[in-house]
Design a protein around this ligand. Structure first.
Ligand code: ZN
Length: 182
């Protein structure tokens, strides 16, 4: 079953999400939410989904970048983006630190800004501390496209959308992006 992905302009996308308690993380409700969100993200498809996007204001995001999603890009494009497949994983109550402030600029979209894409500068590498779906602590050091996805998804928990960071003159429809840019 798929959940509705809320679009830009829905207030929950602009609110700060609240952290989950350990009790909540292991509860059947949150475990079921995770399953539903995973199905929704895969069906979209997307490389990440944050709970506020399906209308739940809690600090939970998921990431999965499958090789199949990357097939449209050339090996050169994958290399310049430093984009490699990422297995499905969950981050709860994440805190992010910019590790390398050298910025890289690429086109980026969002499931909550359907059909549009634009250029966004992001830090090249970050570290993230979070809990997984079992409530276990984890720490990630990420660079390239993974670092970009982490910045995008964790922004959602602060009520920040990628258009806030976008070079607005680069905004284009996905259709025109594929026609003229990619
Ligand atoms: Zn998004």
């Amino acid at each position: 079953m798929n959940l509705k992905i809320f679009q830009i302009g829905t207030p929950v996308l602009r609110q700060k999400a609240r952290p989950l308690t350990m009790e909540e993380i292991i509860s059947p409700e949150i475990q079921q939410l995770i399953e539903l969100m995973r199905d929704t993200m895969r069906d979209a498809p997307g490389v990440g989904l944050a709970a506020p996007q399906i209308g739940v204001g809690v600090q939970l995001v998921m990431i999965e970048d499958l090789a199949a999603y990357q097939a449209r890009l050339t090996p050169e494009q994958l290399k310049e983006r430093e984009r490699v497949p990422l297995p499905f994983h969950i981050l709860i109550n994440p805190s992010i630190t910019i590790e390398n402030n050298g910025e890289v600029e690429f086109y980026e979209g969002c499931l909550s800004i359907s059909g549009l894409i634009g250029q966004i500068k992001r830090a090249k590498s970050v570290s993230v501390k979070a809990l997984n779906e079992k409530g276990e602590s984890l720490e990630i050091h990420a660079t390239g496209w993974y670092a970009r996805i982490l910045q995008h998804e964790i922004d959602h928990l602060q009520g920040i959308l990628c258009v806030d960071r976008m070079k607005i003159s680069s905004l284009t429809t996905l259709e025109n992006y594929q026609r003229y840019i990619l």
